[in-house]
Design a protein around this ligand. Structure first.
Ligand SMILES: [Zn+2]
Length: 307
């Protein structure tokens, strides 16, 4: 299928009380592992490319890898920009065929974040492409953050309402207890805060830094509107572990395909696990459309999605 935008998928997930995995990809093996898992699980999937991935692979190469994988897949695939830093980068990605954008103004002042997010949303909406924004700050574990820092950076519900009204963004990354680049899944999300933001804001929410969050806490947050869950660090860990295992088992090998196949398989299994955890497994019909959100919602309460 051609790429689809994240707009309708996230709204369907919101209504169906499931979440769509947004998996970071930097190379061909990661793209293939992610898409293969989504196809086998009959799940919609978001592949996202960060600024670092664009520097590594080149913008057009990164976009082309995802477009080709999507074309060969019979499930909806979104190509998303993760943490776009400015207007120009978002426009470049729009031109390169991305079907979902993000402007992250969380390090800027509130008014600068509002102004730039509104500008990106206006341009993207001219092309029918949705935009994710960030309010509050999802911090980086490499910056040595404390529990107090995480608390202080959380999203304010009243400010979120003002932000959505003034920017017109389509989904919102909220800071509710997760931290980027954690290798231990131990953090608990602030469910009361997610509920409080949900009372003020009706658009889909995005969870960043999920690799550091306890899985039961992730699942608990989904019915309150966490509809896109970003997974990056955990995939990198799986890729690296696969490679180490391959090199240990095949120490004399010189064919990179034999090593990287292990990494691709390891990525695929993590993605499969997350898709099942998020409740999006089995939400795509044989014609490539989504099953009715109400059906998924009902099935989720009975212990598993079904067609
Ligand atoms: Zn992030």
């Amino acid at each position: 299928m051609p790429l689809v935008t994240s707009k309708d998928l996230l709204l369907a997930a919101l209504e169906g009380h499931f979440a769509i995995g947004a998996f970071n990809a930097n190379n061909m093996e990661q793209v293939q592992g992610i898409v293969d898992a989504a196809v086998e699980e009959k799940a919609p999937v978001i592949l996202q490319v960060s600024q670092g991935a664009i520097r590594y692979a080149g913008l057009d190469t990164a976009a082309a890898l995802v477009k080709i994988a999507a074309a060969e897949a019979n499930v909806p695939v979104v190509l998303h920009l993760d943490h776009g830093t400015d207007v120009e980068q978002n426009v470049r990605c729009l031109r390169a065929g991305f079907t979902s954008l993000m402007f992250d103004g969380s390090k800027k002042t509130y008014e600068e974040n509002v102004a730039t997010t509104a500008k990106v949303a206006q341009i993207a909406h001219w092309c029918n492409i949705p935009v994710e924004a960030e309010l509050g700050k999802v911090l980086q574990s490499t910056d040595g953050v404390t529990e107090k820092d995480v608390q202080a950076a959380m999203t304010n519900p009243d400010q979120a309402q003002d932000f959505i009204t003034r920017t017109g963004c389509d989904s919102l990354a909220i800071a509710v207890g997760s931290v980027h680049a954690m290798q231990q899944a131990a953090a608990k999300l602030d469910i009361a805060r997610i509920k409080a933001i949900r009372e003020k804001v009706s658009i889909p929410f995005v969870l960043h830094g999920s690799s550091g969050v306890a899985e039961e806490s992730e699942v608990e947050a989904i019915p309150y509107g966490i509809t896109k869950i970003n997974v990056a660090t955990m995939l990198n860990v799986a890729f690296a572990e696969g490679l180490r295992k391959a090199m240990a088992e095949l120490p004399d090998n010189v064919d990179p395909r034999k090593w990287l196949g292990y990494s691709r398989d390891a990525v695929k299994e993590v993605v499969r696990h997350k898709i099942r955890l998020f409740g999006s497994s089995g939400t795509v019909t044989s014609s490539g459309g989504l099953v009715s959100p109400k059906t998924v919602h009902r099935a989720a309460h009975l212990g598993g999605a079904e067609e």
